[in-house]
Write a protein that binds this ligand. Structure first.
Ligand code: ADP
Length: 489
């Protein structure tokens, strides 16, 4: 058995790599930025070749800085920004259009046209009809290049999400993993195959789609600088982080506190469909067994702190928010509803805008900052409540990761209002760690999920300390603030 495992975490703004050693330690990590283009309002694109080169760059950095040769690396795991859509020429291997990034709204008009199929789409794919997912982005590309549809039908063009694109460039195999496939809006999460009825509705030829493999399958040998590494694990970023957090049991869940917050809960082997706008998605498929997850997201997570810093100027750095929040004993009745881009689950209100309530002469900068941090935790709680109800599971503890987990005040407040333990891992790059675990599981480097479960070290546990009365009061006021916000349109 070779000594190292390598993971690539190809994200929206950066590509990261970590090298994991036989001593079960992170041996080295590195990252480079990836450029985003905004050609028009609401459009977000990337150069697909740039994405591929950024991967070679981080691997090169690892090889040169650590003096470890490619031959010493057992396997490669890939995790990636999901839904981002790339179409390339089968003969030349070159992209025929920029990568359309998940956030991009440029294919919205197709979704408006498909509105009458939204229930069918939900039932088959677990997703909500939305331009985030790949289907309308593929349609957009085929309609915006010369002879797109005809070339795709002839098998001259190939589609892939970022995992698939990287696998193709590295191995020449046209594969994707099942978690990424489940975000295309083309994949039936019950039959575990692309859905012919949807393909017909979207007019997307099956011949251009990658073959779907399990999360810890063998994807081929990556040809890197003249040497080869087996690719043995692939997953979309949120699923990889759920795996990296070792959320292997039903009801185990994680929340990532980044720009937005992403929550996933393991719901086991049977999909559950949400009535409140959560997504049903494939968490992983290992040894022929599919595990499903419910997923919810908060649009304005750490982004609210960026707003305090960049738009309002209350702080210079995100980390200062903790100091101010702790300066005062309570929020002094101040509630902020950060509906800057409307409200997501469980309210789904696109029209409402952000609001601040409860201002008095006594309100200080510290109260406003504290109320802003509280708003992140309230939004997460709203989603966790739906997950527990609809997933029919009790979430005992919440594992956390992402930049804003550096804020001890926020994590403690979250534990308090959820009345659950919040578990912060020692190694925070759990998304990349998930890819390491999957690749190692694929190659036999790790023997079982139980072995992996014992590898994660806990940095800190935030224990709930608030009494029930206080929680009820906060909950009631938050609900009132939400209701009032929704009246102002
Ligand atoms: P992303 O992966 O979405 O870019 P990160 O996981 O890197 O996000 O986290 C960055 C986000 O976390 C930013 O929105 C920032 O405002 C927030 N953040 C970083 N440090 C803190 C902190 N100490 N307190 C609160 N928010 C923070």
């Amino acid at each position: 058995m070779k000594k190292y495992l390598l993971a690539i975490d190809q994200g929206t703004t950066s590509t990261r790599a970590i090298l994991y050693s036989k001593e079960r330690k992170i041996f080295y990590k590195t990252q480079v930025e990836v450029k985003n283009f905004f050609p028009k309002e609401g459009y977000v694109e990337q150069d697909a070749l740039d994405i591929y080169l950024s991967v070679l760059n981080v691997i090169n950095d690892i090889i040169t800085k650590t003096n470890i040769s490619i031959d010493e690396i057992d396997s490669l795991g890939i995790t990636n920004q999901r839904e981002t859509t790339i179409v390339w020429d089968k003969k030349t291997g070159m992209p025929v259009y920029n990568a359309i990034v998940w956030q991009s709204r440029q294919s919205n008009s197709y979704c408006e046209k498909w509105e009458k199929y939204k229930d069918l789409i939900h039932k088959k794919t677990g997703l909500i009809l939305n331009p985030y997912f790949s289907a309308s982005k593929i349609r957009y590309i085929l309609d915006h290049i010369k002879d797109g549809q005809a070339r795709a039908e002839k098998g001259e063009l190939l589609f892939g999400t970022v995992d698939s694109w990287l696998i193709y460039k590295l191995t020449k195999n046209h594969y994707t993993d099942i978690t990424n496939a489940s975000r295309t809006m083309l994949f039936n999460i019950n039959s575990l195959d692309y859905d012919d009825e949807l393909l017909k509705i979207f007019n997307i030829p099956r011949i251009m789609l990658p073959e779907v493999l399990s999360s810890n399958d063998y994807y081929g040998d990556a040809n890197i600088f003249g040497s080869k590494i087996k690719i043995n694990g692939v997953a979309g970023d949120q699923q990889s982080s759920l795996f990296g957090q070792a959320c292997f049991d039903v009801g185990s869940s994680k929340s990532t506190y980044g720009t937005g917050c992403f929550m996933l809960v393991n719901i086991g082997e049977t999909p559950v469909y949400s009535k409140n706008g959560l997504l049903t998605t494939i968490a992983w498929k290992i040894n022929n067994k599919v595990t499903y997850a419910l997923e919810g997201s908060v649009f304005m997570g750490g982004a609210t702190i960026q707003w305090l810093r960049d738009q309002i100027g209350l702080i210079q750095q995100a980390s200062e928010s903790e100091k101010y929040a702790k300066k005062v004993n309570n929020e002094l009745g101040v509630y902020i509803v950060p509906a800057f881009v409307g409200l997501g689950a469980p309210y789904w209100d696109n029209e409402c805008k952000g609001a601040i309530f409860g201002l008095t002469r006594g309100t200080t900068k510290a109260h406003l900052i504290r109320a802003t941090l509280n708003s992140i935790a309230f939004q997460v709680k709203d989603i966790i409540n739906v997950m527990e109800n609809e997933g029919d599971c009790k979430i005992q503890t919440l594992k956390v990761d992402g930049g804003a987990t550096a804020n001890n005040y926020l994590m403690q407040f979250q534990a308090d209002i959820l009345n659950k333990d919040i578990i912060l891992p020692e190694f925070i790059e759990v998304t990349a760690l998930g890819a390491i675990y999957l690749a190692g599981l694929g190659s036999g480097y790790f023997s079982s999920l139980d072995e992996i479960k014992n590898l994660n070290k806990v940095e800190k546990i935030f224990k709930p300390q608030m009494n029930k009365e206080e929680i009820n009061k906060l909950d009631k006021n938050w609900k009132k603030a939400i209701e009032a916000t929704r009246l102002f349109k």
